[in-house]
Design a protein around this ligand. Structure first.
Ligand SMILES: CC(C)(COP(=O)(O)OP(=O)(O)OC[C@H]1O[C@@H](n2cnc3c(N)ncnc32)[C@H](O)[C@@H]1OP(=O)(O)O)[C@@H](O)C(=O)NCCC(=O)NCCS
Length: 342
């Protein structure tokens, strides 16, 4: 695909588009990942400074692996915008966006614009480009297919992104709270004796076991998350997260969850919310991180949230908001992996 100088689309506010340079759009390549992280850090640092919030740079290896996974086979929905006329000497990266499709979900994972290029229409143009999934008519209307729903996560402190997406029907629906700390010993219940917890490797060791694992996870994802995502499960496992399948007396899948050696939990999916505190307790017991555990908890996941608070975990930072054109994920029963990949 050739790089494509962007034409200025009309803006709802009637404000003029970028006046100095016409940005140059091209698909993100794996070699652009470092530059994307630079843009992300610059935008986040400036936002935090403006709001007098603490800021720390992205963990480059973790974010690099995540971006590599998201852009793999996804060039039509992963764009970088550069200043200049496309000639290498005049280029300067200004912004990037990555969206992914999973079944009926279109999800915006990243959209970041360098501070000096913000508020000039570039974020909207990258959003439209991702929405149009790389088709040449970037001003084509957003997908009307009733089966497709659009979603993303925003920082609750950021009215610009929240307002930008809401204009396309991607409206705030569920707060997502980051909780950190170490649970007080014995504060979370044990798994009931009727529930068996098995690490994925042990379920999936033999071929038949692998089928059992995949079927159990796919059913939980379909019913509770709203779509299947085998490539993401492969990514989490390859990335070293420990996956655990929880089964009932008839070997039926009741829940699954992941914990990373860093102490990060998620995603976690439970058919019955009453099982959530024990699943969390089991996952905490599987790794001993150097620092605190970290888990993203939707406000709707009341059982998980209250039990974690009582166990001693605390909220950190401002909440994120899950924004969507319609509700398809059962956040009472689902704790996401993060904000860029639910
Ligand atoms: C958020 C961000 C990606 C938007 O990109 P941008 O190029 O600055 O935004 P644009 O100029 O294309 O569009 C901004 C739109 O936000 C909307 N907006 C801005 N302030 C708003 C407010 N207070 N309420 C509602 N909507 C608002 C408007 O619709 C505006 O478009 P308009 O001027 O045409 O009406 C960019 O500013 C950024 O990277 N910010 C810092 C990092 C960040 O917050 N990223 C998102 C994390 S959730």
């Amino acid at each position: 695909m050739q790089p494509d100088p962007g034409a200025d689309e009309p803006r709802p506010s009637g404000r003029p588009g970028p006046s100095t340079t016409v940005p140059w759009f091209r698909p993100i390549e794996p070699t652009d990942i470092d530059v994307c992280i630079d843009i992300f850090d610059a935008a986040q640092q400036e936002l935090a400074g403006r709001l007098s919030q603490p800021w720390s740079p992205a963990d480059r290896p973790i974010m690099g692996r995540l971006l590599a996974h998201l852009i793999e086979g996804n060039r039509a929905c992963a764009w970088i915008a550069e200043a200049g006329d496309g000639a290498p000497a005049s280029r300067g990266p200004l912004a990037f966006a990555v969206a992914i499709r999973r079944g009926s979900l279109w999800f915006l994972s990243f959209l970041f614009v360098r501070p000096e290029a913000q508020a000039a229409g570039l974020g909207r143009r990258l959003l439209l480009r991702c929405l149009a999934e790389g088709q040449k008519a970037i001003d084509r209307p957003i997908p009307t297919d009733a089966e497709v729903f659009l979603a993303t996560c925003v920082d609750a402190l950021q009215p610009v992104s929240t307002g930008l997406y809401a204009g396309y029907g991607i409206v705030p629906r569920t707060p997502l709270l980051t909780m950190v700390g170490r649970p007080v010993a014995g504060s979370l219940p044990q798994l009931p004796s009727s529930v068996t917890a098995t690490p994925f490797e042990e379920v999936g060791g033999a071929e038949a076991g692998h089928d059992v694992l995949v079927r159990a996870i796919e059913r939980l994802d379909r019913q509770l998350v709203g779509y299947e995502r085998p490539t993401d499960h492969r990514f989490w496992r390859r990335d070293g997260r420990i996956g655990v399948l929880y089964r009932g007396p008839k070997a039926e899948g009741l829940a699954y969850g992941y914990v990373a050696r860093s102490g990060r939990l998620g995603p976690i999916c439970v058919r019955d919310t009453a099982l959530a505190p024990a699943v969390l307790g089991d996952l905490f017991g599987r790794v001993e991180p150097a620092g605190a555990y970290q888990v993203v908890v939707p406000g709707a996941a009341e059982r998980a949230l209250v039990s974690l608070l009582h166990a001693g975990l605390r909220f950190e930072g401002s909440p994120a908001l899950y924004c969507a054109s319609r509700s398809a994920t059962d956040f009472e029963r689902y704790l996401p992996a993060g904000f860029a990949l639910l």
